[in-house]
Structures are given as C-alpha cells and as structure tokens.
Write a protein that binds this ligand. Sequence first.
Ligand SMILES: Cc1cc2nc3c(=O)[nH]c(=O)nc-3n(C[C@H](O)[C@H](O)[C@H](O)COP(=O)(O)O)c2cc1C
Length: 414
Amino acid sequence: MTMRIADAVNIDDLRRLARRRLPRVVFDFIEGGVEDEHGLEVNESSFARRRLVPRYMVDISRRDQSAALFGHTYASPFGIAPTGLAALFRADADLILARAAAAANIPFIMSGASTASIEEAAQAAPAHAWYQLYAARDKKISEDMIRRARDAGLDTLVLTVDVPVSSKRERNVRNGFELPLKLRWSKSLEALMHPLWIADYLRHGMPRFHNWAPYAEPGASAKAIAAFVARQIPCSVTWRDLENFRRLWPRHLVVKGILHPDDAVRAAQAGVDGIMVSNHGGRQLDQAPAPLDMLPAICAAVGDKITVMLDSGVRRGADVLTALCLGARFVFVGRATLYGAAAGGFGGAQKAIEILRKEIDLVMGQIGCPRLDGLGPGFLLQPDAPQVRTEVHADSDGAPGLEERRLAEKAARR
Ligand SMILES: Cc1cc2nc3c(=O)[nH]c(=O)nc-3n(C[C@H](O)[C@H](O)[C@H](O)COP(=O)(O)O)c2cc1C
C-alpha cells in the first residue's frame, strides 16, 4: 500500500515520500552533501550519539515548548532554515514554507537564492519571515536587498558567510544538474517515472530568481537571470562587509555559518544580535565539524552577549532539545521541512512541523523537563560535556535544570 502524507510518522517517512515524487536529479539536489558526504554523516551522528538522561517524578502534566527570540514568542524552539531553489521541488515552495511557518508560529528564513521575492515572503508571513542575504559581488545589489527587506518590514536579516566559493557537490555533477534544468536522455526517462513533478514543472515552467530580476537586464529570461545570479554569487564576505551591513540594517542581524569560537566572538564584537552555528547541512566543506560538536565551545566563548542558534542534521524533536541542552537558544531545520513541502505542499510542510513539535513535547515529558528554560547539560550523558550531576534534587513540580541553576546562583551569591 502506498504511504500518504497523513501516514508519515517521522521525518524519514516524509523524505521517502519526497524521493518518490521527485526525479533523482532534483531529489539529489536536496539530499546531497559534498565530495564523500562525510559532513552529512557527521551531522546526524553528532545527535545520534548523545544520550538524554531522564529525570522522573517531576510534574510534566503541562509542557510548554514556546520559545522567546528577538522579541517574539514562537510556539516551538525551531524554525525553517533558508533553502534556495525550492520552487524546483514544488512550485511556490518558498511561499508554501513561509505560510506553513506563519500558521505554526515559527520563523521562516527566506533564502537569498529563493525564487520568490523578499516582498512576497513578507506578504505571506508578515510576522514570521526573515531574509537571508547572499552578499553579491556588486555591493549595490546587497545594499538594495537590505533596503528592500527593511521596507518590506522584515525584522531579522541573516547573512550567510559559509559559501566563500562554490562547493563540489558530486551528485549534482554526475546528474548534470544545472539551471535551467536540462534533463539528459537517461535522466529524462527517470524523470518520466515522476509524473506529478513533471506536470508541476511543465505547468509553471523554469523557476525564476524573482529577487534578482530587478538587477538583471530588463526583460531577461529565467535562464539569463540564473546566469546573472551565478556571476554575482558566491562572493567572499569579509568582516568589513559585515560591519557595513550592520550599519545599514537597523534591526536584528544574524550571521549564519559560524563554526569557530573566535569567529563567534568577532561577530559579537561586530555588533550582531545572533549567530547560527551551521555547516550548511554538510553542503560546503566536507571536513567541517558538526555544529553540535562546536556548540559548547562557541557558547562558552560568547556567553550571553549574543543569541546562539544552530542548524545541520536535525531530524528529530530530541535533536532540537539536545542542541538546547548544549546551549543553543533556537534551532533551524533545512531538509526536514523541505521533504514535507516537496512531498505534500502546504500539508506536507505542516506535517513536518507537527512531527517535530509532537516529538519535542513527548521528549520533554520523557526527560522530566516541562519548560525549555529547564534544559541544560545536566540532561546529557556524553564524554565532552559535564556528566550528570547527582547532588541536586529536583522539585516535584519544577524542571531540575532550573532548580540546579537557582541553587548554583544562590551558592555564587554567598
Ligand atoms: C536544498 C538546500 C538549499 C539550501 N540553500 C541555502 C541557501 O540558499 N542559503 C543558506 O544560507 N543555506 C542554504 N541551505 C542550508 C540550510 O539553510 C541549512 O543550513 C541546512 O539545510 C541545515 O541542515 P539540514 O538540512 O540537515 O537541516 C540549503 C540547504 C538545502 C538542503
């Protein structure tokens, strides 16, 4: 019997549904990493090897996973990371994701390589859309995009810094992935096995980079705009550029793609509000460490000067909670919601969010932590973090992490 979106019980089920709907050349673009794809493995295993140590006899009858971030209270501690070219997976996927995020009260980051525009994202999710900037070689373009994001009323700008050069995505090379999408004869046969995707693609045509269209030749075709974008990005971003963007952008500014504690400190000194510890979902440097493994050192280096967030490899609610235990304030998912949107449009994206949300709720109950501010390293058993502490007893109605923190603060005041 074939599985439907409603039957999906986890993110991997949505992944299988997406793989079934998409031709290989497209699915591999979502799924792939770089070179030997060690990065993908390292990201997922960084979560899989952590153990959460439950605390029992805590009142968990009411669990609250709402999370405050940049003056907004979101319904869950995770949001949707920026993913470029989403319309290739399903027409209007950027806006589908934006609307699903708004409906679920979580943030959505519109990609700098999106096919919809900043203004459309702001319209689809006025209080939930952020914009991710890929700095362009022509500085005036970046400055204009910042102006547009500001005029559209967006609250948070995310500058991605981990694409100084293109990466070697071997699946794309082998599949002949290029824009506009040209299906080679052998690939065309494979694509014919995915009629729903073909029909969608033929109906809507090659996705255009709407955000970039105003800067290309007037009347440029989708292909010409794609060629223009390829001449503008990737572009190396320097600390001086960041300082300039900080001057131009008056609201919350986040740098995405930080992996070194010294870079985190430098970003804080440049006046950013937050950083996203990320290795781009294993899509840039195959030898890069898993963000989760760098998180404790980064949190220790910046303290509470800036908001530390994380993405890369999150597939389960427990992964979100693990990252929060290690110091992240918020977590983002890239592929998880993309699988949902690719497989089932708005309903599929909603399903991915719902799966993660339910898993978070269940694990909060399982570990005896009814509120997110109770999470901390005390819930983790792992070699490179403090071991489970045994000297503190939790209140039966409180989160042990919180209580531990209160006692520690009291001791420090004495
Ligand atoms: C298909 C795809 C496209 C992406 N495009 C962008 C992008 O345009 N800008 C960006 O900053 N990151 C991009 N990323 C990286 C994501 O924002 C995020 O860092 C990554 O997906 C997180 O890892 P995960 O997929 O394991 O959750 C992309 C990722 C994927 C899978």
